[in-house]
Design a protein around this ligand. Structure first.
Ligand SMILES: *Cc1c(COP(=O)(O)O)cnc(C)c1O
Length: 421
C-alpha cells in the first residue's frame, strides 16, 4: 500500500518513508491512498489482539520493507492486556490503560518505536510534551539500539508525577527541562525540523501523535473490541470516545469505514469545544486551549482534524459530539463510583457523562488509569487510588534530566554530546 498527503494525492510514499518523515513535505498528514475494506469473516477463529492486529495491519504493510517484521512488531506491541469489560448488559469499558505508562498512548508509541527499531538506521527522535506523550515515547524507545530520544518538557507546567515519568530514564533517553512553556517546547522542535542541515546531521525524526505509525496500531483495538462485542452480543456497539487531538477517535472512524461492526461514534471533549462546535455549526474554528481537569484533552486545534476532513470529503461521516464541563466531570466520577464501583480518570469521565444516559449497546473508551490523576480522583471517591504494578516504579526511580533555555542553540549544545557517544 502507498500513502499520500492530505493536501496532495499525486506524490506517493511507502509506509516506512511516511513513518520516517512524520509529516509530508507540503505540511499535510499521511493517509492511506485508499482505506482497505474488510469482511468480518476474515477474522473468524482469531481472538487474541496480537493475532487480530497482524491480520488487520497486513494490507497496510504489503510491499513495504517492514512487511516481514510486522508479526514481531505486533507481538512486541500488544504484550499487555487490553480488556473489554462489561459494566452492565449493554455497556462495556475498553480499558486502554494497562500499558507501561498507564495511558492509551503507550500502544501507538510502542508500535512506532518497534517500526523505527527494525529500520535499522541511526536516528534521533525529538518530541515536545505537555505530559502523557513524552513518557509513553520514552518508555517505548528506552534501550532500543541506534535510536536516541530527546524529550522537551516545560519547567513547572506539569505535575510532579508526570515529571517523574519523564525523568526516570537514562541510556538513550535525554529529558530536557525547558525554561519556558509548552508552546516554547513545540516551537524549538519545529525550528529544529526546519533546519535541513542539522536535521540531516542528527537524522531527526518525530514521534508525535500525527505519525501514521501511531495511528495504525490505534485502529487495532477498535477492530478487536468491535469483533469481540459483536460475537458476544450479536449486535454492533456504538463507541463513546474522549477527544483531544482526535487521533484516538479518528482510528475508530477509519475502522468503521473499513467495514467493522460499529454503530454510532460519539466524541466527548472537555470544555475545549472545537469538535462539538464543528458538528453543531459545520464550521471548524480552532482557538486557544484552556486548562481543564482532563488536561491531556486540552487542545484548541486538533491535529488530526485534517485527516478527518480528508475522509469526510469522500463520503460524509455521521458523528455526534458533546462538550463536558469540569463540574460534570467531577459529578460523573462520583456517580460512576457509587453506581458501578468503578474508579475512572477525568478523561474517561467525559465518555461516561454521555454513555450513562444512552440505552443502546455501547463501548466507552477509557484512556488513562485513574491513579495518574490521583489528586483529582481520590477526594471525589473518598477512597485510596493505588498505582498498579506496571506504573508504580516511576514514583521511586531517581531522576535524571538536563536543563536548557528556550532556544535552538541551547538544544543543539545538548544534542551534540548526547548523540555523539
Ligand atoms: C492523549 C489523550 C487523550 C486524547 O486523545 P487524542 O488522540 O489526542 O484525541 C485522551 N485521554 C488521555 C488520557 C490522553 O492521554
Amino acid at each position: 500500500m502507498k500513502f499520500v498527503s492530505t493536501r496532495d494525492s499525486k506524490n506517493k510514499y511507502s509506509l516506512s518513508d511516511a513513518i520516517k518523515l512524520g509529516l509530508a513535505a507540503d505540511g499535510g498528514l499521511f493517509v492511506p491512498e485508499q482505506l482497505p475494506k474488510y469482511n468480518i469473516g476474515d477474522f473468524d477463529g482469531l481472538h487474541e489482539i496480537d493475532k487480530i492486529a497482524y491480520e488487520f495491519l497486513l494490507p497496510f504493510f504489503r510491499g513495504d520493507d517492514l512487511e516481514s517484521d510486522l508479526n514481531s512488531i505486533c507481538l512486541d506491541t500488544f504484550n499487555f492486556p487490553i480488556p473489554l469489560t462489561n459494566v452492565n448488559d449493554k455497556m462495556a469499558l475498553l480499558e486502554l490503560y494497562h500499558g507501561p505508562t498507564g495511558a492509551f498512548k503507550d500502544i501507538g508509541a510502542r508500535f512506532l518505536a518497534r517500526c523505527f527499531e527494525r529500520m535499522n538506521k541511526k536516528i534521533t527522535i525529538l518530541v515536545a510534551t505537555s505530559g502523557d506523550t513524552g513518557s509513553a515515547v520514552a518508555s517505548a524507545f528506552h534501550k532500543l539500539e541506534n535510536i536516541k530520544v530527546i524529550i522537551l518538557f516545560p519547567r513547572g507546567k506539569i505535575s510532579e508525577f508526570q515529571e517523574s515519568q519523564l525523568t526516570c530514564w537514562d541510556d538513550n533517553i535525554l529529558s530536557l527541562k525547558v525554561n519556558g512553556d509548552f508552546d516554547d517546547c513545540q516551537r524549538i522542535v519545529k525550528e529544529a525540523f526546519n533546519n535541513e542541515e542539522q536535521k540531516e546531521k542528527y537524522q531527526l525524526s518525530s514521534a508525535n501523535s500525527i505519525n501514521i505509525g501511531r495511528l495504525l496500531p490505534q485502529c487495532v483495538y477498535y477492530v478487536a473490541s468491535s469483533l469481540w462485542y459483536f460475537r458476544e452480543h450479536g449486535c454492533k456497539p456504538s463507541y463513546i470516545i474522549p477527544v483531544g487531538n482526535m487521533g484516538n477517535s479518528l482510528a475508530c472512524i477509519w475502522v468503521r469505514s473499513m467495514g467493522f461492526p460499529i454503530d454510532e461514534i460519539i466524541l466527548t471533549s472537555n470544555a475545549n469545544r472545537v469538535i462539538p462546535d464543528y458538528f453543531s455549526s459545520g464550521k471548524y474554528e480552532p482557538r486557544e486551549s484552556m486548562e481543564t481537569l482532563a488536561n491531556a484533552m486540552d487542545v484548541g486545534a486538533p491535529s488530526n482534524f485534517e485527516r478527518f476532513r480528508h475522509l469526510n470529503q469522500e463520503s460524509e461521516i455521521e458523528l455526534r459530539s458533546y462538550s463536558i464541563s469540569d463540574y460534570e466531570i467531577k459529578q460523573t466520577i462520583k456517580e460512576v463510583f457509587l453506581k458501578w464501583d468503578l474508579i475512572i480518570c477525568p478523561h474517561t469521565a467525559t465518555a461516561f457523562a454521555i454513555g450513562k444516559q444512552l440505552v443502546n449497546d455501547r463501548i466507552l473508551v477509557a484512556t488513562a488509569h485513574p491513579s495518574k490523576f490521583k489528586d483529582i480522583v481520590q477526594p471525589l471517591v473518598n477512597r485510596e487510588v493505588v498505582f498498579p504494578k506496571n506504573i508504580e516504579h516511576f514514583i521511586t526511580t531517581s531522576s535524571s534530566f538536563g536543563e536548557i533555555q528556550a532556544s535552538l542553540e541551547d538544544l543543539y549544545s545538548q544534542i551534540d554530546p548526547f548523540v555523539e557517544n
